[in-house]
Structure formats: structure tokens, C-alpha cells
Design a protein around this ligand. Structure first.
Ligand code: HEM
Length: 752
């Protein structure tokens, strides 16, 4: 019977969560966005490279099939996968606003909003693990961390190529690398093992709808005895959860997953020296056999032998050459509720107590569904650093950095990762109500007293130190592909932006460009058939937060605007800007039948006194406007202002209902001699205007003029706007940076 596994076909969930990249080489690029709008443009470039569940699942299936046939890793089958997640401040920067209001810190939204730093103490990140020592995630070293780009490859070469390519792409969009964290499978006999020497990544949850169920025991994964099938909603937001628990997360989070990244440094000699110290103590107390070795004790601290073989199945010795035993996940603790074989403080029983957890000794063990199943996490980490080699003076040496790059996915940060870390790993009183507290996880938990229970007598109280140190931590959200696309447009999926009052034109307030970190404009709009204006401000910086500064006023409250019914555009004189405290403008305005222009001046100062300097005149007095019926707006050519006393402009105008643009020149001087430099062209000649039939206004982004050789603009057309950029030189190559969004997103234009 064919089994329906719809999640294997899913093209919306990123590939690492359910399918798993499973690559030997990985790099996490921790990114800082200088500017939210530019980061959106970068995101649009990156999205096609983000791996989906379907792609990764298909590859992994083909890889396993080929491996079965050839008996080794098929070298011809290679892939480089990418995944992308954002921190709360990363989402905030992309959206230009908080993704949600302040959330209760006991919820996953609250945890994500806070990030790991304020929660460090609770999660055991104290003393030398405290955030002030972290290499990333503490916001001290390289600025805020906004995104984590995961790149995973089969070969070091492919990884390096993609990392270089992605670093370069990021740099083009003002994105810096706050930290680059590598991870790589250890080589030779250590392959698949973590640095203490134990096989890692054996027990991963199966996922309903993704992994095939065992026909005889449908709660377990086929061909993986002991691996339970967990509802997908425990790892992917919005799917069914254990016990049909409600999903408290907003709709935009659908098919995303919360990612935890922790750099956990491992002191390998320290850890083994501790095992060596405990061995004679345990022997003296007759808690372990007289011939027990360090390997024997260490295996109990982990719960598996080095090979991966479970202590529960093979209590006496490892099975180093038995690959079936090494991958055995069919472990039950029902016959070992006291932890005499696999101790209660072992890493295995602390992180997944399976069927062996009681409320108190003598009580019935908790059922795995729903109690244990809702605490599972999807681990996707990798070791980093060279293996310990006491004879090495190089990377293997005792002082070299090495550890576990711990990465896991879940739909609830608090009830899954944090619960395991806090309530299980670090808590000495877990499992609860024992006559003597079991102590913290003896492999990775806190420094503390561990009680070694055994059949022969009283528990032996041992003092265990922690040899795992936290060196960096991030909480991130790995969005669905749908959400990534929405974020590239600066919105959350399903967010219905309010429709806005279209704008007719903007006039920069001459002496406030900028003032106090904001640039000010008068925005002219037609409200209820009447031309009005209001002052607005746009903050410099990443979010360009805009604000209405004054209420709407009719335009004729300005002395110089008397008789004006429709303002089309205001063009500052090239050579009369802020001269003796005044700026002169050509004001193009129209009635139903005709456009005319006049000269006005605006003085600096709080009341911006204006004056009409020249009466209305027809456009025909300008040679440069020959054949123009109506000027819509004028855009200065960024690198051609007052070059040898001449300035160039693009003039956009409408003739017979079709908007076109030409290039004109205006010379400095009394006469402002002007002429046509290049004749009319259709709008479509600019690729950044694709799909636009008429542009109403173009506003240079105030702090993004001539940034990295490009100038950035907001282009308003009808009730929408987009962000475009243009090279400052040559043929002024232009491109769309952020596609259309409703002008309703401009608070300054929409609020009354
Ligand atoms: C340096 C730190 C760590 C090391 C060296 C380490 C090592 C291991 C090893 C050797 C195993 C057994 C093999 C396997 O089933 O994959 C394991 C299992 C596991 N670890 Fe860790 N681990 C570390 C940190 C953590 C942390 C911080 C967590 C969670 C907060 C965690 C959660 C788990 C879980 C859930 C399992 C599977 C248990 C099972 O289902 O049997 N580990 N780890």
C-alpha cells in the first residue's frame, strides 16, 4: 500500500527542518543589515537559493539509495543547500516596524522577541558561559545580529565557493558578517562523532507525513525501530501538534520554525580527566564492577558507548564494529526505572526520558504520547574545530577551539528547547521526587552534585563539573518560502496594507535636509478634490520611519501659491538653493486645460516665508520644454548637477495621455539658459519602471544618495510605490530594489 507522505513534496517549508541538510561541511553566516530596504533587495536575490523540503528530501532519498547500492558515500551526488532565518530585530528591520507588540516572555513569541541574552541566567549561561564572553549573539562585538544564513555542502571546496559568493552578494546590499561559524564532520574513525568521542545524531524524531510509518507499529518510523513519529506541528508552525494542542502563533508564522543556535565549546581533556577522577571513587564505593574502565563510566554518563551502542542494550561493553548496534534507537527504560544501567543523570535520559520517567518512584511511567512527544527537538548541528590531539601543536592542540555547533528546530522555543535545557538538563531535581536528587546532566549540564544510583547500596554522591561552555547563542525564526517572499516586500504574509491617499508631489523643506536626523518634506495631495499640503518627516537610518508633522492645509495659505489649484511639481533653481537664506523654485501647476509655471521663493526659518518672484508664464518660454504640454515631475541627474555651470535633469511629461521622459540642461545664471540634451523616450526605457504607466513623483531616499555608486529613490505611481536604484555614472543603469507596495504603508500620508 502506497503511503501518503505529503510533507516530502512540500515546497514551502525550508529544507533543513524536516529533511535535514545532513552535510559534512557547514557555515553559518551571522548577518547584520545596515539598511532594511537594501536587505529586502538582497533577500529577493537569495530566495531562489533557499532549499525547500522537497528538494532536500528528494536528494537525501537518492543519496541513501545510491549508498545502499555502492556501500559507501556516492561522491557523484553532491549538493550545496542554503537556509535562512531571522532574529526578532532582523524581522523588525526588514519590515520597518515591530512584527508584533511586546509579548509575554513565558511564551515562544516572548522568548524570540527577547533573544537568548536576557534568558541566559535561566538557561545556565552563567559564569564563563555568560553572554559577555560570547562570540556572537550578545550584540556587543559586531553590532546587532539580524539573520543566520546556513550554507551546507558535501565538500569543503563547494562550501567555500558558496560562502564567498554569498559574502560578496551580502556586501553589495550593505550587509555585514557579524560572525562566521564553521562546522564540519570529524574525519576518519571519528566520523559521525562529537568531540568527547561519542557518536552523535543517532536519535532524531520521525515526523508524521514525512517519514514512513512501520506497517505493524504505525506510531514508529519504518526500518527505524524505536524512532517515534511525532506530529509535524512540533517542528513546523501551523501543522497538527501532539494531542491536537492549539497553535498560539500568528498566521504569518505558518510553516516556519524556530531555530536555536548555540556554540558549545567542549573541554575534551577536562571532561575525560573528570571521568578518570570519578572511576576510583565509584570503585571504592563498590558502585561499579571492579574491572570497570573509564570507557565504561563515560558510556553511562552519555547513555551510549562511543560507537553509539545503547548502554541499555549492551551494558557490559561497546560493540565497535556493529553498525546496527551503533544506530540502535530501540531503547526502553521500563526495566531500568531507577537508572541502575543507564543513569537518570545520563545525557540520554535527561534529554529524552522516553518510557522511563515517573512522577515519583513506584508510580506508573508517563506515556510517551503526549508527555514526551511534545518535548522533542530536531537537532541539526555539527562539531566545529579539530579533534583533540595532545601531541599536536596546531589545530588539534589542547587549547584550540572545538565543540558542538548546536542547532535545533522546534515550533515552541519555551516548551521544547528551553524546557529540555532548564527543566531537564540543568535541573538537579530531574527526574523528580527521587530519594536523592539525580543531579544535572553529567555530560553537558551544570556543575553540581550527581547521585550515582546502583543496585549494591546507597547512591554515591559525586561532584561533577561542567566542561561545556556556551560561547554564542541565537534565537531565530526560519520562515516559510511564502513568508520570505512577503518579507522581501517589507510585509508579513497575509498583511493587508491599508490603501493610501496617493501623493501628487513632494517638496523638500529647504533648511531641513536633514534636521535632527530627519529630512522634512511638504507633501502635496488632492483631498476631496482640493489641493492640500502637510509637512512630513522621514527619519534617516534603516527603517526610514515616516511621520506626519503638520495637519493638512489648503495650498493657497501660501502667499506665493495664490490662484494655484493643482501643484504638479516644484523644481529648485540649480544655483539659487539656500542662497542668502532663500531657495528659488519653478512651480509647475495646472488648471483643467493648461499647465503654467511661476517662480516662487521660500526663506529658511521656522515660518518659511514664501514669495511669488515671477508671475505665471507658459511652458513655451522654455526651449527645453519644446513640445511639452504638461510637466509631471523633474528628476536631477545625480552626477550631473552644476558640472561646469550646467545641470542635467530628466523631465517626465505626459503627451496625448502617454508619459515620456527627456533629458534637459539648465545653465546657472540669470537667464537659466536651457535646452534639450536627449529627446523623448517612453517610460519603458527604464527597466525600474517596468509595469508602470504613469509615475506621479520620485523622491530620492534622503540618506541613500550616492551610496556605493548608486542613488536610491521611492517611485510613486497611482496608489503604489516601489524602491529603485540607479548607478550614478555611465548610462545610469537602474533596477527595482523593492517591488510595488501600497502607498497606504506611508503613515505620514495616510493618518489624518
Ligand atoms: C556539547 C554539548 C553536547 C554534546 C557533546 C552532545 C552529545 C550527544 C550525544 C553523543 C548524544 C547521543 C547520540 C544521539 O542520540 O544523537 C546526544 C543525544 C541527544 N542530545 Fe545532546 N549533546 C550536547 C548538547 C545537547 C543539548 C544542549 C541538548 C538540548 C538542549 C541536547 C539534546 C539531545 C537530545 C534530544 C538527544 C537525543 C536523546 C535521545 O533521543 O536518545 N544535547 N547528544
Amino acid at each position: 500500500m502506497a503511503v501518503d507522505l505529503p510533507l516530502r513534496e512540500n515546497e514551502n517549508i525550508q529544507g533543513d527542518v524536516l529533511a535535514g541538510f545532513k552535510k559534512d561541511q557547514m557555515v553559518l553566516l551571522m548577518l547584520t543589515f545596515e539598511d532594511g530596504i537594501r536587505a529586502r533587495s538582497w533577500l529577493r536575490r537569495v530566495i531562489p537559493r533557499i532549499a525547500t523540503t522537497r528538494q532536500v528530501a528528494e536528494f537525501n532519498r537518492a543519496f541513501s539509495a545510491a549508498r545502499k547500492l555502492s556501500g559507501g558515500d556516492p561522491t557523484a551526488l553532491k549538493a550545496t543547500w542554503m537556509g535562512l532565518s531571522f532574529t526578532y530585530s532582523g524581522l523588525e528591520r526588514l519590515l520597518g516596524k515591530a512584527p508584533y507588540p511586546s509579548a509575554d516572555p513565558t511564551t515562544t513569541l516572548g522568548a524570540f522577541q527577547q533573544g537568548p541574552v536576557p534568558r541566559a541566567n535561566d538557561l545556565g549561561d552563567r559564569d564563563d558561559s555568560n553572554p559577555s564572553h560570547w562570540l556572537f549573539g550578545n550584540n556587543k562585538t559586531e553590532g546587532q545580529l539580524h539573520a543566520v544564513l546556513t550554507i551546507a555542502s558535501d565538500t569543503a571546496k563547494d562550501l567555500e565557493n558558496t560562502v564567498t559568493e554569498q559574502r560578496e552578494l551580502a556586501a553589495q546590499y550593505g550587509i555585514s558578517i557579524a560572525f562566521q561559524q564553521v562546522g564540519a564532520t570529524l574525519e576518519g574513525s571519528r566520523r559521525g562523532k562529537e568531540h568527547f568521542g561519542f557518536k552523535d545524531g543517532v536519535s532524531e524524531p520521525g515526523v508524521r507525513g514525512f517519514d514512513e510509518p512501520d506497517p505493524l507499529r504505525p506510531e514508529w518510523v519504518k526500518d527505524h525501530p524505536g524512532t517515534r513519529l511525532i506530529p509535524a506541528g512540533e517542528f513546523v508552525v501551523g501543522h497538527q501538534r501532539v494531542g491536537n494542542a492549539p497553535n498560539p502563533l500568528p498566521a504569518w508564522a505558518f510553516e516556519g520554525s524556530f531555530q536555536v543556535v548555540r556554540r558549545l565549546a567542549q573541554d575534551v581533556p577536562g571532561w575525560w580527566a573528570q571521568i578518570a577522577r570519578q572511576l576510583p571513587v565509584l570503585k571504592e564505593a563498590k558502585a561499579i564492577p571492579a574491572d570497570a574502565t573509564m570507557e565504561w563510566v563515560a558510556a553511562r554518563v552519555v547513555g551510549r558507548w562511543r560507537s553509539g551502542t545503547p548502554v541499555a542494550k549492551c551494558p557490559h561493553a561497546d560493540q565497535p564494529f556493529n553498525t546496527v548496534a551503533a544506530n540502535d534507537n530501540d531503547i526502553s527504560f521500563l526495566n531500568d526505572l531507577e537508572g541502575h544501567t543507564t543513569p537518570l543523570f545520563s545525557h540520554l535520559r535527561k534529554t529524552n526520558p522516553r518510557d522511563g520517567l515517573q512522577e515519583r518512584p513506584g508510580a506508573d511511567p508517563f506515556p510517551e504520547d503526549p508527555v514526551m512527544d511534545r518535548r522533542r527537538i530536531m537537532r541539526r548541528g555539527s562539531p566545529y574545530g579539530a579533534p583533540f590531539d595532545p601531541t599536536s601543536e596546531g589545530p588539534g592542540g589542547p587549547d584550540a577551539a572545538r565543540g558542538l555547533l548546536f542547532v535545533c528546530y522546534q515550533s515552541d522555543l519555551v516548551q521544547q528547547f528551553e524546557f529540555i535545557q532548564k527543566a531537564w538538563i540543568d535541573s538537579p531535581a530531574f527526574p523528580p521526587n527521587r530519594p536523592e536528587q539525580p543531579g544535572p546532566d553529567a555530560m553537558v549540564g551544570f556543575t553540581g552534585a550527581v547521585n550515582w544510583e546502583h543496585e549494591g547500596g546507597e547512591p554515591v554522591n559525586l561532584s561533577f563539573q561542567r566542561f561545556v561552555r556556551t560561547e554564542g547563542a541565537v534565537y531565530a525564526f526560519l520562515p516559510s518560502i511564502t513568508m520570505l517572499k512577503a518579507l522581501a516586500d517589507g510585509r508579513l504574509p497575509g498583511e493587508e496594507p491599508a490603501t493610501g491617499q496617493p501623493v501628487d508631489t513632494f517638496l523638500p523643506v529647504p533648511d531641513r535636509q536633514p534636521k535632527d536626523g530627519k529630512s522634512w518634506y511638504w507633501a502635496f495631495r488632492t483631498v476631496a478634490g482640493e489641493q492640500r499640503y502637510r509637512a512630513i518627516s522621514i527619519a534617516h537610518g534603516n527603517d526610514h520611519t515616516d511621520r506626519k508633522e503638520t495637519d493638512d492645509q489648503p495650498v493657497d495659505t501660501w502667499d506665493s501659491f495664490t490662484g494655484v489649484t493643482q501643484v504638479d511639481c516644484l523644481l529648485p533653481f540649480p544655483d539659487r538653493q539656500n542662497v542668502d537664506g532663500k531657495t528659488f523654485y519653478w512651480l509647475f501647476h495646472s488648471t483643467a486645460t493648461q499647465q503654467r509655471y511661476r517662480v516662487v521663493s521660500i526663506a529658511n526659518g521656522d515660518d518659511h516665508r514664501d514669495a511669488k518672484e515671477h508671475d505665471d508664464a507658459p511652458l513655451s518660454t522654455w526651449p527645453a520644454l519644446d513640445g511639452v504640454a504638461r510637466v509631471d515631475f523633474v528628476l536631477p541627474v545625480p552626477d550631473r548637477q552644476r558640472v561646469n555651470g550646467v545641470s542635467l535633469y530628466w523631465v517626465f511629461h505626459t503627451l496625448n495621455g502617454v508619459q515620456r521622459h527627456r533629458v534637459i540642461s539648465i545653465a546657472d545664471g540669470e537667464q537659466h539658459a536651457n535646452g534639450i540634451v536627449r529627446g523623448d523616450r517612453r517610460l519603458a526605457a527604464w527597466s525600474s519602471f517596468a509595469g508602470i504607466d504613469k509615475v506621479t513623483a520620485v523622491l530620492p531616499i534622503p540618506d541613500m544618495k550616492q551610496v556605493g555608486g548608486r542613488s536610491w529613490y521611492w517611485v510613486f505611481h497611482r496608489d503604489r510605490y516601489r524602491v529603485v536604484s540607479m548607478l550614478n555614472s555611465g548610462d545610469h543603469d537602474d533596477q527595482i530594489e523593492v517591488p510595488d507596495r501600497p502607498t497606504g504603508l506611508w503613515t505620514s500620508l495616510t493618518v489624518n
